[in-house]
Design a protein around this ligand. Sequence first.
Ligand code: PMP
Length: 286
Amino acid sequence: MSRTVYVNGEYLPEEDAKISIFDRGFLMADAVYEVTSVLDGKLIDFEGHAVRLKRSLDELEMAEPCSKDELLAIHRKLVEDNGIVEGLVYLQVSRGSDGDRDFVFPSEDTPPSIVLFTQNKPGLADSPAAKKGAKIISIEDIRWGRRDIKTVQLLYPSMGKMMAKKAGADDAWLVEDGYVTEGTSNNAYFVKDGVIVTRPLSNDILHGITRKAVLRMAAEAQLKIEERLFTVEEAQCADEAFTTSASAFVMPVVEIDGVALGDGTPGPIATRLREIYLDESKKAAI
Ligand code: PMP
């Protein structure tokens, strides 16, 4: 069934939605994005995603396509019109197009392009993948140095997912200078002797909206947290591990580079954090 999508001020059937071939998102990956999950027909942590979008735009000196209230209204209309009960809303903003190709940014009066579309994902919260846990491989992190900006440069993360698939795994963790940065599309954690370990925020990783919420909830549940660098070897010796993202919430990790963690099933802390996160987020959804 055709979705209703949003393109530069218009709600259209997906097959009628068009963007210029000169759009800088297409030509230069000069674009940023956000993904907000929908549970019970409501948006999870919309505020967090709106704030990060603004930060990504500011860091790249890109104009805001519309106000936060307008963005919220567009999200809600697409959720409603597409009958999304569980799913995702993708929001893409590019520097637009002045009708030609040039490395130099177009003049400041060139409007950004804005596109939103939904994905219907029944069973997103009650996911069989989360009950099984993910198998991870580690690969070198060769991405650019501003991973804190949520750009659409997703080729290497895509290749990482393909490398994992070819190796019979579910996802990859990226390693730079001997330390895990993050997953291809999530933040990475392990748990040892009751302490949750994850890399501190910097330009090296995306400042996950789910990361922030889960760390807050973990602290409220009296769990110990250490934000520090860690290696794959350390994570392999952990009691359990997990990842966080807006699209998969808290995902237990059961294997890293062929080494099973604990008894090879989702660990109790990851399982509990997933429950707490889903519970609290649904309560706060708008
Ligand atoms: N790191 C990377 C590289 C990601 O792509 C994502 C998901 N967009 C995350 C972390 C998790 O961020 P969030 O919790 O905001 O989805």
